[in-house]
Design a protein around this ligand. Structure first.
Ligand SMILES: CC(C)(COP(=O)(O)OP(=O)(O)OC[C@H]1O[C@@H](n2cnc3c(N)ncnc32)[C@H](O)[C@@H]1OP(=O)(O)O)[C@@H](O)C(=O)NCCC(=O)NCCS
Length: 250
């Protein structure tokens, strides 16, 4: 059904009346009726970092964030101190976007997606930054779906990353994805688009060694699935600063 999707939520609070039960929550996208808004479920607790409670809602607003706000998100997301280099990097990214989606909790900016349209049919996600306490609640997935829905001319979405968490987050919503541990499942067209995108972005290869000149994160992002992490480490050398260009279809 359009505008609705269901999410399985397992309550892990030891003493909660729903403890250890799985329920289905219907998330309602009211975008056709008003500004985009949907429920997100989050509430990290001491028992587990991935417990969800019905915690409220966030707003998605298509606008550019201020440089100061984005620098704070970048510093938190990449676990890097705020330095002139970080500010310069964020400034360049912000200037080089076609549009942005800001995520607000009340009046507070809690995340942002920077979007670019470098070649026809492809949404290039130049960066997504979600404050740590809001991560894992499906925000990036939902913003991606929303942008793709609002731009029916876009068939693909893509991004460049060092993080296998980004890859997993994309995999969660993608019907087709490159790179993939089983690359033969992707169509030739997809391989072709990925190479075309790499060229448009000035990359010499879809996985470019040393692209960032060193680790992008102050702390290496680790995928909770050891097999995904091992595969990722085999294609992306974190310390060397390798960049992986992914491309996907919903
Ligand atoms: C990467 C990031 C943008 C993802 O945004 P998000 O809103 O947290 O992602 P989503 O909630 O939409 O994705 C959740 C999915 O990611 C995956 N995921 C999240 N954390 C994971 C982890 N530690 N290991 C494996 N998969 C993980 C899961 O598949 C999860 O889906 P599920 O809950 O149905 O299992 C966000 O975590 C972030 O800002 N990180 C720091 C900055 C960063 O790395 N930005 C990307 C720069 S290219």
């Amino acid at each position: 059904m359009d505008g609705f999707f269901d999410k399985q939520v397992r309550f892990l609070y030891p003493d909660h009346r729903y403890a250890d039960t799985t329920i289905t929550i219907r998330l309602v996208d009211l975008a056709p009726l008003m500004k985009p808004r949907f429920c997100v479920l989050f509430h990290p607790t001491p028992w587990t970092s991935r417990v969800f409670l019905i915690g409220g809602s966030v707003d998605f607003v298509q606008k550019k964030p201020s440089l100061d706000d984005l620098v704070i998100l970048a510093s938190e997301g990449f676990r890097q101190p705020i330095t002139p280099e970080l500010i310069g990097d964020v400034e360049r990214h912000l200037a080089d976007t076609d549009f942005c989606v800001c995520i607000f909790d009340g009046g507070t900016l809690v995340g942002c997606m920077l979007c670019k349209l470098p070649i026809p049919g492809v949404l290039y996600i130049a960066g997504t930054l979600i404050l740590p306490q809001y991560q894992g609640a499906g925000i990036k997935s939902e913003v991606t779906r929303m942008v793709m829905r609002d731009h029916p001319e876009l068939l693909w979405f893509a991004g460049r990353t060092q993080s296998p968490i980004v890859w997993s987050s994309v995999q969660g919503i993608a019907s087709e994805l490159l790179p993939h541990p089983r690359p033969h499942v992707a169509t030739d067209k997809m391989h072709e688009r990925r190479r075309e995108l790499a060229r448009a972005l000035g990359m010499t290869s879809t996985i470019q060694q040393g692209f960032y000149g060193g680790a992008l994160y102050g702390e290496k992002p680790i995928n909770r699935d050891g097999r995904v992490q091992a595969w990722w480490d085999s294609i992306c050398n974190f310390e060397r600063g390798d960049a992986v260009l992914y491309i996907a279809r919903l």
